[in-house]
Each structure stands twice: as structure tokens, then as C-alpha cells.
Design a protein around this ligand. Structure first.
Ligand code: HEC
Ligand code: HEC
Length: 325
């Protein structure tokens, strides 16, 4: 009787072990659990999942004979045109970029450029059609962008995660650009700069200077990026919520019943000088001032939402975030 029980017990243990072993092997073979775990962080496995999934790269790119897209450069070895996988090809392209720009490029800098600013270098025979993958609707995060780059490195090249975060050459600027754009909801700083100075659009440049461009009515914004995305967004959407020190508005009522609103530019024994929203400087003699009061409203127009598109707004925020002095 006791012996029979032991036999049943032993049989059950063997069954359990077999189950566990089968389960483990199947998971190993399919890469199921392992992949799910690896799909976070900056590593080629996570990058692979993004390349063939969320990043939508595979809707345009194949890698060797993997994938079915043919419109865009194959990122593996393919045909006569693509004799090197992208991990190695990147080093060749980097040399080309150094010649073209006079700036310093390594393989990782080139890969960062492919994703961070694809229109900077357009592969011969193709059109400038690669989308901004960190803007909607793809909206990769900075970490996901880095993961994809490590996956591209792993295609024949050397995976160097450290170099992705600390690129030796031009990639540094690209990384800043991507980081700024990502945290600004995917804005495009190049278009942002255009929109900022576009006199018939946002016209921010009629009141602000950035690195010497524009007109200095309001504060210079050459280092505004250091104040962070929240401050920038708030300053644009709700200018009166926080008034930059030294840029308070004043209203002068003159004795002949005129009203002038502007920033105080100067004051002396003779009068007060105001600069208006249009950039006009008006000096009001003291003898003509009936009343002078400080306004709670910003001189910066409140209704910016009405003449700036959402895209231009996102792009302007991305551009301003890059201004770190
Ligand atoms: C809508 C199509 C499209 C999508 C989506 C797309 N690309 Fe591209 N990509 C292109 C085109 C077109 C080119 C060639 C023109 C150029 O160089 O900008 C290109 C070029 C590249 C190159 C340079 C190849 C070389 O030979 O030097 C790399 C690397 C690259 N893409 C990576 C990616 C990655 C990674 C993703 C996903 C995160 C992606 N692409 C998504 C269209 C696309
Ligand atoms: C009529 C002039 C005027 C226009 C046009 C204008 N601004 Fe301003 N802006 C100001 C003034 C004056 C201030 C300072 C008072 C304040 O904080 O609101 C200011 C403040 C700011 C600040 C905060 C600065 C700081 O030091 O914290 C930002 C950011 C800003 N503006 C961005 C913009 C952008 C972007 C646009 C275009 C969409 C724009 N401004 C258009 C006058 C203007």
C-alpha cells in the first residue's frame, strides 16, 4: 500500500518536471517571455520589437530578405546597391557626411541623424520621405529611438549603447534636438524657427530676439530653454499668468485723454518712455501725464491660439527648448 503511494507520488513529480521543462523550452524557442521582458530599455531586442512594431519602420524598410517593404532603402545586404548591412554601412555614410559638412561623424552619429533629422542626408535614388518618427502618429520616446538605433547597430556593426547616449560627434546636437522635440510632443524645431520669425504668422520675432535675430521689445529668448517646457508653454498660451521681471506693462493716461500701454523703457526728469506692442517708442512729457498705472496683463497678445496652428505651436516650443544660451 505504502509502496503504491510512493509510486504515484513519484509519477506526479515526474509529470510536473516534464510540464515545467516543456513550458520552459517552448518559451525559449518562441522567445515569448524573454522578448516581452527585454522590450524595455535601450538594447537591440527592444529595438527589434519597435522596428517591426510601433516604429513602423518595417512598413518602408526591409532588412535583407526579412520583411516585405521595397520602397525604401533595404537596411540589410540586398541586391547590388546594398552590399553592407546598416550597422557597417553607417560608418561609410559617416565618412561621406564628414566630407559634406566638415563636421565630425561616426557610425552612431550617422544613425542618430537618420532617425533624428532624416532630411539632412537623403540616400541616393530615394526621396526625402522618411517621417519624423518621434512625432505623432508614431511618437517614439527618446528611449525607444535609442533602442531602435542599437538594433540598427546590431545589423553587422558593433552595439555600443554608451555611444548612443554620448555620441562622439554631430550626434550630440541631434540627440538634443530629438530630446527637445520628444518632450515638446514631437515638434519640429526647424519649422519652429521659421514659424517664430514668420511676420504673417506667429510673428514672435516682432517682439523677441533669439541670438540677435528679431526685435527686442519683450525679453530675449536665447536662453529660454533652460526654464523648461512647462514655463515656455505657459508663457505662450497664458502670457499673463507669469510676467517676466522688468517687462511689466504700464498704462499712461494723458491729460489730453490719450491712453498708451507699453513697457517702461526709460524715465527721467522730463518724461516717461514707453515701448508699445507694435515696437513704437513713445515719450510722454511729465507735464502731460494724468495717471500712470501698472497693468496685470502682459503686453504679449493673449489670443495667440487664434492665429497660430497647433503644429506651429508645437514646433515653436521645440525650437525654444533648444535655446540654452
Ligand atoms: C514612410 C516610410 C519610412 C518609414 C516609416 C521609415 N523610414 Fe527610414 N527611410 C525612408 C526613406 C524614403 C529613406 C531614404 C531617404 C533618406 O535617406 O532620408 C530612409 C532612410 C533610412 C535610413 C538610412 C539608410 C541608409 O542606407 O543610409 C535609416 C537608417 C532609416 N531610414 C531607419 C529607419 C527607422 C529606424 C525607422 C523606424 C523608426 C524608419 N526608418 C522609418 C522611409 C521610411
Ligand atoms: C507684442 C509683443 C509680443 C509678441 C508678438 C510676443 N511676445 Fe512673448 N513676450 C512679450 C513680453 C512683453 C513678454 C514679457 C511679459 C510676460 O512675461 O508676459 C513676453 C514673454 C514671453 C515669454 C517668457 C519669457 C521669459 O523670460 O520667461 C516667452 C517664452 C514668450 N514670450 C514667447 C513668445 C512666442 C513664442 C511668441 C509668438 C507666438 C511671442 N512670445 C509673441 C511680448 C510679445
Amino acid at each position: 500500500m505504502g509502496k503504491a503511494l510512493i509510486k504515484v507520488f513519484a509519477f506526479m513529480i515526474i509529470l510536473v518536471v516534464i510540464f515545467l521543462w516543456v513550458g520552459y523550452t517552448v518559451t525559449e524557442m518562441t522567445g515569448g517571455e524573454k522578448k516581452a521582458q527585454a522590450a524595455v530599455g535601450v538594447n537591440p531586442e527592444a529595438g527589434e520589437a519597435i522596428f517591426w512594431g510601433k516604429g513602423r519602420c518595417s512598413t518602408c524598410h526591409s532588412i535583407g530578405d526579412k520583411g516585405s517593404a521595397v520602397r525604401c532603402p533595404n537596411l540589410g545586404v540586398f541586391g547590388e546597391k546594398f552590399t553592407l548591412p546598416i550597422g557597417l554601412r553607417a560608418a561609410e555614410r559617416a565618412k561621406e557626411r564628414e566630407k559634406q559638412t566638415g563636421k565630425s561623424y561616426t557610425a552612431v552619429d550617422y544613425l542618430l541623424e537618420c532617425v533624428g533629422n532624416p532630411s539632412a542626408y537623403v540616400v541616393e535614388g530615394y526621396k526625402n520621405e522618411m517621417p519624423t518618427v518621434y512625432a505623432p502618429p508614431i511618437s517614439l520616446t527618446l528611449e525607444e529611438v535609442k533602442a531602435v538605433i542599437s538594433y540598427l547597430q546590431s545589423q553587422g556593426g558593433e552595439v555600443n549603447i554608451e555611444a548612443i547616449s554620448n555620441p562622439p560627434g554631430e550626434g550630440k546636437n541631434l540627440l538634443n534636438r530629438i530630446a527637445a522635440a520628444v518632450s515638446a510632443g514631437g515638434g519640429d524645431p526647424t519649422n519652429g524657427e521659421k514659424a517664430f520669425f514668420d511676420a504673417s504668422g506667429a510673428a514672435c520675432g516682432t517682439c523677441h530676439t533669439v541670438k540677435g535675430n528679431g526685435k527686442a521689445v519683450g525679453p530675449d529668448l536665447s536662453a529660454i530653454g533652460t526654464k523648461g517646457v512647462k514655463h515656455i508653454q505657459e508663457s505662450i498660451v497664458e502670457p499673463s499668468s507669469t510676467i517676466t521681471k522688468g517687462f511689466e506693462s504700464y498704462k499712461i493716461t494723458t491729460k489730453d485723454n490719450n491712453m498708451i500701454v507699453g513697457l517702461k523703457k526709460g524715465e527721467d526728469g522730463e518724461g516717461v518712455e514707453l515701448i508699445t506692442a507694435k515696437g513704437e517708442v513713445i515719450k510722454v512729457p511729465k507735464s502731460n501725464i494724468a495717471e500712470i498705472t501698472q497693468e496685470t496683463k502682459s503686453l504679449m497678445p493673449e489670443e495667440i491660439r487664434e492665429y497660430v496652428t497647433v503644429k506651429d505651436y508645437q514646433d515653436i516650443v521645440a525650437y525654444l527648448l533648444l535655446q540654452k544660451g
